[in-house]
Design a binder for this molecule. Structure first.
Ligand SMILES: [Zn+2]
Length: 905
C-alpha cells in the first residue's frame, strides 16, 4: 500500500476532506532509476510531496538526495536547512557552537507549529524529568502528560560514511511538508532534532577528497584510500572520545545537557545492508534494566516494518555490545536516555558499484560474513550486490521513519521510561553501595584530580567539596576533599566512570575498550565508598576545579617539585629561553622533600606566576641542593606520521599541543630528504599501522595514480596538518635507512605501542625481538600493572610507586637476550591474574615478565620502546609523564658504560 493513499483515510477519520498532496514526478522517476533493485525501494520513500513555498533539497542544491556522484559540503547543508527553516514554522535551527576548525555546529528541530513556538516550554519539561529530585510520581505524570520526547539524530560522525548527512536533508523536508497521518502524528508527538553533520570538519575534508580522487571510481578495485584526516586530530576515535577532549564533541555534549533528548540515534555506515543496534551482551550492569528492554523494543519494530516492506538484509543483534560508555551517542544512555544506532551499507562516496559482501576464506574485513541466515537475520544481505547511494538513502530513511512512527506512537512510554530511569538513578544511589566516591584533598599532584573532577562536571555530574574533615568507614579524609555522591541523576554514570570494570565473561567479545577506570588512568587516588554516611557529608558544590600552585619562602632559586603533574613540561616550554636544571636524586629542603626530577630555576616574577597558574608546587632556596643535577635542554622534536594511519598520532599531537610542547609533524617526505640528525634530537613514532611494522614502512597502497593531499582553491579543506603530492607508498626501505642513521648518529627514537614492532622487526634495535600474542590471547584495552625495574631512570621522575597501572596497548611482546635484559628493560608486566586491574585480559600469562618499556643504546643514540602507549586517546594521563620525561631529559639518559656486545657477562 502506498502511503499517498493514507491522507484520504485520515480525512475520513477527521470527518473533513482534504485534497491529496501533489507529488514531485521527477523525483519518483529518478529515485526509481538510481535504486539498483526494485526490492530496495519502499513506499515511504518512493515519492516526494510538494508544498507551496517550502523548498526541497533539490530546489536549493540543484540535485535530489541520493543522486549519483553528489555529496554536499557543510555550508550547503546549512544553506538548505536555513532555507527550510525560513519557509516553514515547523522548523527551527539552534546554534551548537563552533568546531575544532571553527565551522558552525547547529541542530535542526522539526515538529508541529505549536511545538516549535513553545520549544522552551517543552525543553523545561524534559529538564524536570531529567532531574526528578523533589518531584512526586503524580507530579511527574502531569509533566509527562504535557511533555514530548526529543528524538535526536546524529549523522556523519564518521566522515567516510557519507550517506547520513544527505539522507537527513530529505528526512527533514519530508517531516516538514508531508501532510499524511503518519507525519502528522510524528510532528505532533515527537520533537525531531538532527545534526547536519556530526563532524563538520571531517565532512568538508572528505567531500573535497571525494571530488578530487574518488568520483571516478567504478569498481571495488578502483577504490582508493580516504583522506589522511577527518577531524583536526582524530579519525573514528571521535566515537571513542570518552573524556570529550575534542571541541566539536564537547559541544554536542553541552547541547545534550541543555536539551536532554531521551533518544539519540547515531547513523553510521559499514555492514550490509542495515543493522539496527539492540544492545547485545556484554551490557554494562550499572545502566538501568529498562534501557535494555527499550533497545530491542525499537529494533524489533524496525525489523518488522522493514521486513514488511520487503527489504532484504535488515538485521539486529550479534554486532555491537553495550559495554563501553565512550561512544558519542552513549551520552544519552549515560544520562538516563537511550542510545540507538544504525549501520547502513555504503560505498564511501556516491558512486554506484558492484560490491562483494560475502566473507572470503578465513574472515575478511568487518561486514564480511554478515550474509548468513541467522535467527536475528531471517532475510540476509546478498553475497554480491550493485549498491548505490540511493539504496543507502532508501534503507536508512525508511528505518528512521519507522523508528519515528514507533516513537510517536509510544511517546508517553518513552517519557515515562526517561523519568523512571532518572529517578531510579537517584534512588539506587540511596540504596546500593557504593554510595559515593572520595577524591582526597592533599594528594601530591592535584592537577590530575582536577582533570577527573572537571570531566565529571562536563558530564553533568555533581561534585562537592567537603567543608570539614570527613570520617567514613573507609578512612578519614581532609577538609576540601572532593565528594561524588551517588544519589543524583547521573550518579550511575559517576559509578561507571570511576569504578573498576569487571568484565562479566572471558568468552564474550566487545567492540571497544573493557577498562577505563578514571582513577587508574590518571594515577590519582579515588576511594570507592560503601559507607552510606557519605551521602550526608556537607559539601559546597564545585563548578570547575582549578588548582593554583604555590611558591613557599623567599630565595634566589626556585625548586619546582616533580610530583607528577603533567603541567611540569608546560612550565619548561613556556619558559623555554630560561635555564632549567633537574636534580637527579631526592633532596630535603627544610621540611619539603624534593623528588628526583624537580626543576631548579632562578626566581623571577614570571616563574612564580607560571608555577601558580599551572598548579605546581615550589620552594624558594638560597643555594642549589648538593645532589647530582643536569641541565634540562629542550630537544628539537619531531613526531613521525604515516599518511594512512594518522589517528593515534593525532592523540599524541593533541596531548603535546595541550601541554604546549613544540614539535614538527613529519611524514615520509621529510624522512626521504635525509639528514634527520641535523634537524632533530628526538623523533617519536606514535602508535600507528595497526600493529604491523610493514604497514608503517609501506603505508598507503598505490593504485598507479598519485593521491595529492594539498590545499587548492578548489579543495580548501585538504593539505591541513601537512601536505603531500602523493600520500601513497610510505617511507619505504630508504626511510628505514634514514631513521637507522638518525639513531646511530646520536638521535633518540621513541616508539609507542604497536610502533615498537618497527625498530625491532627492521633491525634498528638488533637485540630486541617483538613477538605477537597467540590467537587465544584477547585484551581489549584493559588496565594492567607494570613493574618499574629502573626507578632512577629519568623517564620515571615524579613517579613514587614501583607498580604502575598502565593501559595495555595490544603492543608487541618484547624480548631481549638475557645479558641485555638487566641493563635495558625499564619496566615489565608481572602478567599474573591479579595484575589485571580493570577490564579483560584473557591469556594474561603470555605477557608474564615481558618488557613494558625498553631503553636500548644503538650506535651513538638510543631507542626507547614502549610496549604500552603512554599517550592513549585522552585518557591515561598518569602514564603521559613517561613520554614527557623522555622529551625533557632526552640527553640525560644513563650512559651505557660499554656497548653490550663488548661486555663479557
Ligand atoms: Zn561509523
Amino acid at each position: 500500500m502506498h502511503l499517498r493513499t493514507l491522507p484520504l483515510i485520515a480525512a475520513a477519520f477527521a470527518g473533513a476532506v482534504f485534497a491529496q498532496q501533489s507529488q514531485d514526478p521527477d523525483y519518483a522517476k529518478l529515485v526509481k532509476e538510481w535504486t539498483t533493485r526494485p526490492e530496495f525501494m519502499t513506499p515511504l520513500v518512493d515519492h516526494l510531496p510538494k508544498a507551496a513555498g517550502v523548498p526541497s533539497p533539490k530546489d536549493v542544491l540543484g540535485y535530489y538526495v541520493g543522486a549519483p556522484k553528489k555529496l554536499t559540503h557543510v555550508a550547503d547543508l546549512l544553506r538548505y536547512y536555513r532555507a527550510l527553516a525560513a519557509a516553514s514554522k515547523r522548523v527551527k535551527i539552534l546554534p551548537a557552537g563552533q568546531t575544532d576548525e571553527g565551522r558552525e555546529q547547529a541542530v535542526v528541530v522539526i515538529a508541529d507549529e505549536e511545538t516549535i513556538r513553545n520549544l522552551d516550554t517543552y525543553k523545561g519539561y524534559l529538564a524536570r524529568l531529567a532531574d526528578p529530585r523533589g518531584l512526586s510520581d503524580d507530579q511527574a505524570k502531569q509533566i509527562i502528560g504535557q511533555a514530548k520526547p526529543i528524538y535526536m539524530f546524529t549523522g556523519g560522525l564518521h566522515s567516510a560514511e557519507t550517506g547520513p548527512p544527505e539522507m537527513l536533508m530529505e528526512l527533514a523536508y519530508r517531516l516538514t511538508v508531508d501532510e499524511s497521518p503518519l507525519f502528522d502524528q510524528i510532528r505532533r508527538n515527537v520533537i525531531v532534532m538532527l545534526t547536519p553533520a556530526a563532524e563538520p570538519d571531517g565532512r568538508d575534508r572528505y567531500v573535497d577528497w571525494y571530488y578530487r580522487h574518488k568520483i571516478n571510481e567504478e569498481t571495488e578495485e578502483d577504490r582508493v584510500a580516504g583522506p589522511p584526516y577527518w577531524g583536526k586530530y582524530i579519525f573514528h576515535d571521535n566515537n571513542r572520545d570518552i573524556n570529550y577532549s575534542q571541541v566539536t564533541m564537547r559541544n554536542w555534549l553541552k547541547f545534550y545537557l541543555e536539551w536532554h533528548p531521551p533518544i539519540m540515534h547515531d547513523l553510521h555506515e559499514s555492514v550490509p545492508f542495515l543493522y539496527t543496534f539492540s544492545g547485545q551482551a556484554p551490557q554494562n550492569p550499572t545502566l538501568d534494566p529498562i534501557l535494555y528492554s527499550e533497545l530491542p523494543w525499537f529494533s524489533n519494530f524496525e525489523m518488522t516494518k522493514l521486513m514488511g516492506y520487503g527489504l532484504p538484509g535488515v538485521w539486529t543483534h550479534a554486532y555491537v555490545d553495550m559495554w563501553s560508555p565512550g561512544y558519542l551517542d552513549f551520552m544519552s544512555s549515560n544520562h538516563n536516555g537511550m542510545i540507538r544506532m544504525y549501520e547502513t551499507f555504503g560505498n564511501g562516496g556516491a558512486n554506484t558499484m558492484k560490491r562483494n559482501v560475502a566473507a572470503p576464506e578465513g574472515g575478511g574485513p568487518p561486514g564480511a560474513g554478515m550474509t548468513t541466515r541467522e535467527w536475528y537475520r531471517p532475510m540476509p544481505p546478498y553475497k554480491e550486490v550493485v549498491w548505490s547511494m540511493r539504496n543507502n538513502t532508501n534503507y536508512m530513511e525508511t528505518g528512521v521513519l519507522s523508528a519515528l512512527e514507533m516513537a510517536s506512537g509510544f511517546s508517553k512510554t518513552i517519557l515515562q521510561n526517561f523519568y523512571d530511569k532518572s529517578r531510579n538513578s537517584v534512588e539506587s544511589g540511596k540504596s546500593e553501595a557504593p554510595f559515593g566516591y572520595v577524591l582526597p584533598a592533599g594528594q601530591r599532584d592535584m592537577t590530575r584530580v582536577a582533570f577527573i573532577v572537571n570531566i565529571l562536571r562536563l558530564q553533568g555530574i555533581e561534585v562537592g567539596r567537603a567543608t570539614a574533615e570527613v570520617k567514613l568507614k573507609e578512612g578519614t579524609f581532609p577538609a576540601g576533599s572532593l565528594i561524588v555522591k551517588r544519589n543524583q541523576p547521573y550518579g550511575r554514570l559517576a559509578k561507571i566512570l570511576l569504578e573498576k570494570q569487571n568484565f562479566p565473561d572471558q568468552n564474550l567479545r566487545t567492540y571497544d575498550d573493557t577498562g577505563w577506570t578514571m582513577g587508574l588512568m590518571s594515577q590519582a587516588q579515588v576511594e570507592e565508598i560503601a559507607d552510606k554516611a557519605v551521602l550526608d557529608v556537607r559539601v559546597q558544590p564545585v563548578d570547575t576545579l582549578s588548582i593554583t600552585g604555590s611558591v613557599k619562602g623567599d630565595g634566589s632559586l626556585l625548586a619546582v617539585l616533580d610530583n607528577g603533574a603533567n603541567s611540569l613540561i608546560t612550565l619548561r616550554y613556556r619558559m623555554k629561553n630560561v635555564k632549567f636544571e633537574a636534580i637527579e636524586q631526592p633532596f630535603k629542603a627544610g621540611d619539603t622533600e624534593l623528588p628526583a626530577g624537580s626543576f631548579l630555576v632562578a626566581a623571577s616574577p614570571e616563574a612564580r606566576t607560571e608555577i601558580e597558574k599551572l598548579g605546581l608546587q615550589a620552594v624558594a632556596l638560597s643555594a642549589p641542593p648538593n645532589v647530582p643535577k643536569h641541565v634540562v635542554d629542550l630537544p628539537r622534536l619531531a613526531v613521525y606520521s604515516s599518511w594512512g594511519n594518522t589517528q593515534d598520532v593525532g592523540w599524541v599531537r593533541y596531548a603535546l599541543d595541550h601541554f604546549e610542547v613544540g614539535y614538527d609533524l613529519i611524514y615520509k617526505e621529510r624522512v626521504h630528504k635525509g639528514n634527520l640528525r641535523d634537524s632533530y634530537d628526538v623523533i617519536v613514532i606514535p602508535n600507528q599501522g595497526r600493529g604491523s611494522a610493514k604497514s608503517i614502512v609501506f603505508d598507503v597502497e598505490s593504485k598507479g595514480k598519485p593521491l595529492a593531499y594539498t590545499k587548492t582553491p578548489e579543495y580548501p579543506s585538504l593539505g591541513m596538518y601537512g601536505e603531500s603530492d602523493d600520500i601513497t607508498g610510505g617511507m619505504g626501505l630508504p626511510g628505514v635507512v634514514e631513521l637507522d642513521k638518525f639513531v646511530k648518529d646520536g638521535g633518540l627514537l621513541i616508539t609507542l605501542g604497536g610502533s615498537s614492532y618497527f625498530p625491532a622487526e627492521y633491525g634498528i634495535t638488533q637485540t630486541v625481538d617483538a613477538a605477537r600474542p597467540t590467537p587465544q590471547f584477547y585484551a581489549p584495552g584493559p588496565i594492567v600493572e607494570a613493574e618499574i625495574l629502573k626507578p632512577t631512570h629519568p623517564i620515571f621522575y615524579g613517579y613514587t610507586q614501583k607498580i604502575l597501572p598502565v593501559r595495555y596497548a595490544n603492543g608487541p611482546l618484547l624480548r631481549l637476550p638475557e645479558q641485555d635484559r638487566k641493563k635495558w628493560v625499564l619496566a615489565r608486566f608481572p602478567g599474573t591474574d591479579k595484575s589485571v586491574l580493570s577490564g579483560l585480559m584473557k591469556g594474561v600469562a603470555e605477557t608474564r615478565e615481558r618488557p613494558a618499556i625498553v631503553d636500548v643504546p644503538v650506535g651513538q643514540g638510543r631507542v626507547l620502546l614502549f610496549a604500552t602507549n603512554p599517550c592513549y586517546r585522552w585518557q591515561n594521563l598518569g602514564e603521559f609523564n613517561m613520554l614527557a620525561n623522555s622529551i625533557l631529559h632526552f640527553n640525560d639518559f644513563p650512559k651505557p658504560t660499554a656497548s653490550p656486545a663488548a661486555t663479557a657477562e
